[in-house]
Write a protein that binds this ligand. Structure first.
Ligand SMILES: *Cc1c(COP(=O)(O)O)cnc(C)c1O
Length: 394
């Protein structure tokens, strides 16, 4: 029917509908802010749903903007495939649900993001999935914790917030020997700092909220892995529904394009600040793998390309002194997140690790006087001055 023969009320609905956009090419990726897609006939719809044929049918399953992001992330992490989630926690919980059945067991570094720790301890236990927490440096202890039903070994290559390094070659060998999956949260050390696939990681997770996005303007998560691993995780995404929104994928792609230059500057600034803080009279201790007196210096040097833009330091004193420093920082922003172009400071004991008991916190080095710094792209002299002024107030 000629569209002009339709009633104006129908034309309002139908005009321009289903336009073919396939011949439009642009340097950037457009947002397909769409929830469903037209398909040719009943058979092709079914084939797309059953993954027998490429194409899109419903945006919880796939979307062209998300597909572009997945291609980019799989390239960056050198894996065959990837999935995009609504948050880092959505990515982590989906991977756990994909690989573990009730009765299964996980061995995890105790030195992980507080939210992940809480997921493992308080939520997975409700599904009768048991988690043993280990010191990622204590290889004998880790081996001892392996059980016949251990399905996953989990760690962060540079741990939050104490920047403790895991020797990924050891973790890989242990996973192979015990037929477990090695799952790595690479949020703190995105490419070009580390590609966990080079050390044989099976599943690589990112909180895209942090370095990948880089501008504190989105929440997202990514899982990168080989095709058959992604095929294990995808049904969880499809049925539990923690998928990423197209506009977030679009923002994320924009952020990722500057990841290389951001990381270069952040690595460089963090290195200078670590040296500065290490010799500051109001600082007890600096946690940064790139300091020569760090016992893990050699491991970090061989495993990472740069030591990341993250560092932590313990002020002289406890909770009150940490608060004084945060209150007096002017250029460095007091907030919980990380990986932004702006330098951010956080107090792990009262934020990311608040759900842990004081004893649990102390055990993993999260003392009341510990501050975590996510170093941004500002001129390093301004950051030094800001830290110096604030520390002098103690
Ligand atoms: C922030 C963070 C997460 C959680 O990601 P969200 O995007 O906040 O859900 C997981 N792991 C690490 C290391 C993080 O820093």
């Amino acid at each position: 029917m000629n569209p002009n023969d339709l009633n104006i009320l129908t034309q309002i609905i139908k005009a321009g509908e289903g336009m073919d956009l396939s011949d439009i090419r642009t340097p950037g990726v457009p947002i397909f802010q769409t929830s469903n897609y037209l398909y040719e006939d009943v058979e092709s719809g079914t084939d797309i749903l059953l993954s027998k044929k490429p194409g899109h049918i419903y945006a919880r399953y796939s979307n062209p903007t998300i597909d572009a992001l997945i291609t980019i992330m799989a390239t960056l992490e050198d894996t065959d495939d990837a999935l995009a989630f609504s948050s880092g926690m959505a990515a982590i919980s989906s991977v756990m649900l994909a690989y573990c059945q009730p009765g299964d067991h996980i061995v995890s570094s105790a030195y992980i993001y507080g939210g992940t720790y809480t997921l493992f301890q308080n939520q997975l236990s409700r599904y009768n999935i048991d988690v043993s927490f280990v010191d990622p440096r204590d290889h004998q202890e880790i081996e001892k914790e392996i059980r016949h039903n251990t399905k996953i070994l989990y760690t962060e290559p540079l741990a939050n917030p104490t920047l403790i390094a895991s020797d990924l070659s050891f973790w890989r060998n242990l996973a192979t020997k015990n037929n477990c999956k090695l799952v790595i949260d690479n949020t703190f050390t995105p490419p070009p700092i580390l590609r966990p696939i080079d050390f044989g990681a099976d599943v690589i997770i990112h909180s895209a909220t942090k370095y990948l996005g880089g501008h504190s303007d989105l929440i997202g998560g990514i899982v990168c892995a080989a095709k058959d691993e992604i095929a294990t995780v995808r049904p969880i995404m499809k049925t539990f529904g923690p998928n990423m929104a197209p506009i977030i994928a679009w923002l994320l792609i924009r952020g990722i394009r500057t990841l290389g230059v951001r990381i270069e500057r952040q690595n460089q600034n963090a290195r200078e600040l670590a040296g500065f803080l290490a010799s500051h009279p109001k600082v007890n201790k600096v946690f940064y793998a790139g300091l020569k007196d760090n016992p893990q210096y050699e491991l970090a040097k061989s495993q990472f390309n740069g030591y990341s833009g993250m560092l932590s330091f313990e002020v002289n004193g406890g909770w009150e002194e940490a608060k004084t420093v945060m209150k007096n920082l002017k250029t460095i922003l007091f907030t919980v997140s990380l990986g932004d172009v702006s330098s951010l400071v956080s107090h792990p004991a009262s934020t990311s690790h608040v759900y842990l008991s004081q004893e649990e916190r102390e055990k993993i080095g999260v003392t009341d006087g510990l501050l975590r710094l996510s170093v941004g792209l500002e001129h390093v002299d301004d950051l030094k001055r800001d830290l110096d002024n604030a520390l002098k107030k103690i």
